[in-house]
Write a protein that binds this ligand. Structure first.
Ligand code: URA
Length: 238
């Protein structure tokens, strides 16, 4: 059971202070259909209807976004248009807020997860969990045939870093195009790996897979809602 004003504020409908006015302006009903007008009332989120509609994802949100080029994975709007600007305004007011699972550069497009599940963000970005992320890159020169073996060694060092990159899987798609699958997420990692191993500059970069998820034909700038169970770990065997 949750306090109604807190619930409305957490889901982005209004601030706690505005809850009384919100309850006057909207028909907010409990499970038995009675209209609720007291902000301090304790309610079961699953039973609430607002103007006939159930609450907007009261248990949390997990989204798969096709991040377009030119937007940043930052909450700071001074850095330019952000991925959060692509979401409905109410979702931008939620608390806990929606955040990206790792980041893609401004000039990288593709599959980006967004969620308000903090523990999930930690789990999916932790190098310990080895979640595979696949990138499709085009580069400015022909790639040497041995580059796949270099990426696979787990010995490639990036400028200014002591720890070598974990082994990465390379699949050539053409002389200047390839998939690279990583299990970590360092700053500009794919661009720096191609520079370090092949002296190549990445011209285009798109992430098309994240763990078991694929971008598919989702258009740039659009998102789909995923089940919160998508990454649920199987219960330990007894
Ligand atoms: N590697 C990069 O260089 N950029 C990204 O956005 C993601 C991985």
């Amino acid at each position: 059971m949750r306090r109604l004003d807190q619930l409305l504020a957490n889901l982005g409908y209004c601030s706690r202070r505005e809850a009384r006015d919100f309850l006057r302006a909207h028909e907010v009903c409990g499970g038995d259909g009675t209209r609720l007008t007291q902000p301090a009332l304790k309610v079961d989120p699953a039973s609430i209807r607002i103007d006939g509609e159930p609450l907007d994802h009261p248990d949390g949100l997990l989204l798969l976004l096709h991040k377009p080029l030119g937007v940043v994975c930052s909450h700071d709007r001074s850095e330019g248009p952000t991925v959060y600007d692509l979401l409905p305004p109410r979702w931008q007011q939620r608390n806990p807020g929606i955040t990206s699972v790792g980041r893609l550069d401004k000039d990288t497009s593709g599959l980006l997860l967004l969620t308000d599940q903090t523990a999930l963000v930690h789990r999916l970005t932790s190098p310990r969990h080895h979640v595979e992320k696949r990138y499709r890159a085009t580069v400015d020169r022909d790639l040497p045939p041995e580059i796949g073996a270099v990426f696979a060694t787990g010995e490639l060092r990036l400028d200014g870093e002591d720890a070598p990159c974990l082994p990465a899987r390379y699949e050539a798609l053409g002389p200047r195009e390839a998939f690279l699958t990583l299990t970590e997420g360092r700053y500009h990692q794919v661009r720096r790996m191609f520079a370090a191993a092949g002296g190549a500059t990445v011209l285009t970069l798109l992430r098309d897979r994240f763990g078991p998820l694929e971008l598919g034909s989702l258009p740039a700038g659009e998102w789909r809602i995923l089940s919160l169970d998508t990454f649920r770990e199987p219960a330990p065997r007894s």
